[in-house]
Ligand binder design. Structure first.
Ligand code: SF4
Length: 602
């Protein structure tokens, strides 16, 4: 695919030995717009672009702090081409290069550092769950931390047994696991470095190479000063370092034969001009930020409506003889449509509902459940939505890496049933610069949301809004009481449609009823995001707004940092309009679902 993509429309079909299974012309049509030649695959992600400067800063600070942790001086180079490079040429004259984020030659040791903008949490959670969680640690990790360096534990215990250690340790070698993907990168580096040292750097041969992955310390809290308005993350307290360094020297050593095998496969593929049907699997990393560049080519038919992927809870299907069929196996056998799965294989009530809605082009609604939930909502209803900036580096005091920094909220106040005006009953808060306005935000929030005589705070996808308010309550305890009150009155509009086991069990429904969705329509395609739900209850659309989604909201806010006052004014107007639409959508969904129920019971 890479070779076809690079050649664009000039791809020569005859280059390929085997074009029986996929026609290259079709593939090209999925890569480039046939009318204007636009690249359909290389689409810019505005959120990634907005966070790019912070990712560079992650590398810079990881190397700077490493100086203190390793008690030496390590140079940082902003441009890859300036970094330490190792080159290795194999027997077939293929050349392999690697560039190192951090590199330092000491008397008898060489330090290699690979920086990743992920957090140490993934590694500290790698292990069995603790019976009693201590110091907020829920897992008995296979790693232990000493002076900001994580090493593999050597002493096991009743919870972290040999078996548990070993099964978790193996995840480091699975390059599609949430930890293994990072270990793989540094193992590839080691493979190239070791071969390059033998070929080109005999002086380094006697030195012991140490391989470290630098990741953001998930327990770090920013409490330092600012220099020129930028946070200073220098290591002033060894118990509060922005980075943890994971010693993967032994792990990468064990990895080398696997890398060698993969390298040989890659070399073979370079020679074989063959385009078989793709075998789709977890390595495509569909829907993840690390997804394969060619997912729109290989998964094209599965992204269309009516795909097998729309089934909820669909990792495994069981046939009548209780044989397991994984979703990927079925897809690779050509079963790509919803109706390709026999109804008798559907064991989950939600899948059965989905299938009926698909076959009969109908909708499903559980009036009793929805009515009972709506009955507990008290007016006034405050429809609330937050916008946040997920910065890898904390910007304000008390924040951690990837804190979801709130910069905006929108509230529609519905005083009684259907008593809400899109403009007159709307209140919003939006910062006017890139600075710290958390206290202003809290004060406005608790001023608007008056729960003294009861009421409901309605959000869409409660875990997000609830976590943000909890964080504010911990950071600013002087507002704890009012913020806790908001949490205690919070309900989730998505639960009204999708159900939530705990709530519906409390309302008297059986376990199975509580687990089953309350509303389904084929157009949801197995998803309940507000953007999927809205068209079923309203003709309102985001397509004519300047800011159309959360990602664009993040990039608009990020632009505050460098924009003129005039441009910020323009950006603010678009952000306010966007966030208002989010809460107005909630008002419309709630009222139209109530109307739908009333019409049905008439
Ligand atoms: S989408 Fe999956 S099957 Fe297709 S090229 Fe990428 S990894 Fe391979």
């Amino acid at each position: 695919l890479e070779q076809i993509y690079r050649k664009n429309f000039n791809s020569d079909i005859s280059l390929f030995e085997d074009d029986r299974l996929i026609k290259i012309k079709d593939v090209l049509g999925l890569m480039f717009d046939e009318d204007n030649g636009d690249d359909l695959l290389n689409v810019i992600n505005p959120q990634f672009e907005a966070l790019l400067p912070y990712y560079s800063d992650v590398e810079k600070w990881a190397i700077k702090i490493a100086d203190d942790v390793f008690k030496t001086s390590i140079k940082y180079f902003e441009k890859t081409k300036d970094q330490q490079e190792f080159i290795y040429k194999d027997n077939n004259n293929h050349t392999f290069h690697c560039f190192l984020d951090g590199y330092k030659v000491l008397d008898d040791e060489v330090i290699v550092i690979e920086v990743k903008a992920t957090t140490s949490k993934k590694f500290l959670d790698l292990g069995p769950k603790r019976k009693n969680s201590a110091n907020g640690q829920k897992y008995n990790s296979i790693f232990e931390e000493n002076n900001n360096i994580l090493t593999l534990k050597t002493k096991l215990n009743d919870e972290l047994t040999v078996d548990k250690f070993s099964s978790n340790y193996q995840k480091l070698f699975d390059r599609f696991s949430n930890v293994g993907k990072y270990v793989f990168d540094i193992a590839v580096e080691r493979y190239i470095i070791e071969n390059s040292v033998i070929q080109n750097h005999p002086k380094l041969n006697s030195k012991k190479f140490k391989y470290y992955l630098a990741v953001l310390n998930s327990n770090y809290v920013f409490d330092n000063k600012y220099i020129n308005n930028e946070p200073d993350y220098s290591l002033t307290d060894s118990n509060n370092s922005l980075f943890s360094y994971i010693d993967l020297t032994e792990v990468t050593k064990e990895y080398l034969p696997i890398i060698e095998k993969l390298k040989n496969e890659i070399v073979l593929n370079i020679y074989e001009k063959k385009l078989d049907s793709p075998i789709l699997d977890k390595y495509c990393e569909l829907k993840k930020s690390s997804k394969c560049f060619f997912d729109d080519v290989c998964w094209e038919s599965l992204k269309k409506p009516g795909s097998i992927l729309e089934y909820m809870n669909s990792k495994i299907f069981y046939d009548l003889d209780k044989n397991k069929h994984s979703k990927y196996d079925l897809v690779n056998q050509g079963k790509i449509h919803l109706e390709d799965i026999p109804v008798s294989w559907l064991s989950n009530p939600n899948q059965i509902i989905q299938r009926k809605c698909f076959d009969n082009k109908s909708e499903y609604i559980n009036i009793d459940k929805i009515e009972k939930y709506i009955d507990i909502l008290q007016y006034p209803i405050y429809h609330l939505d937050f916008e946040s900036f997920p910065c890898p580096l904390p910007r304000f005091h008390g924040e951690k890496p990837y804190s979801q920094s709130l910069f905006q909220f929108s509230i529609h106040i519905e005083k009684g049933k259907n008593k809400c005006d899109e403009i007159n009953d709307h209140i919003s808060f939006l910062v006017d610069d890139f600075g710290d306005h958390r206290k202003e935000l809290i004060e406005k929030l608790i001023n608007i949301i008056d729960l003294t005589n009861g009421g409901t705070v309605l959000v869409y996808n409660k875990s997000f809004e609830q976590s943000r308010i909890q964080e504010l309550s911990e950071l600013f305890p002087e507002y704890k009481e009012q913020l806790d009150l908001i949490i205690n009155h919070m309900h989730d509009l998505m639960d009204i449609l999708k159900s939530k086991q705990a709530i519906f069990k409390e309302l008297g429904f059986s376990e199975i009823e509580s687990k089953t969705v309350n509303y389904y329509h084929n157009d949801l395609r197995g998803l309940y995001s507000i953007k999927k739900v809205l068209p079923l209850f309203s003709s309102l659309t985001y397509s004519d707004l300047n800011v159309k989604n959360g990602i664009e909201a993040i990039s608009s806010y990020a632009a505050f940092k460098t924009s003129s006052i005039e441009d910020i004014k323009r950006l603010r107007a678009s952000l306010i309009e966007y966030c208002r639409q989010d809460t107005w959508s909630m008002v419309l969904i709630l009222n139209n679902i109530i109307k739908k129920i009333e019409d049905k019971v008439k």
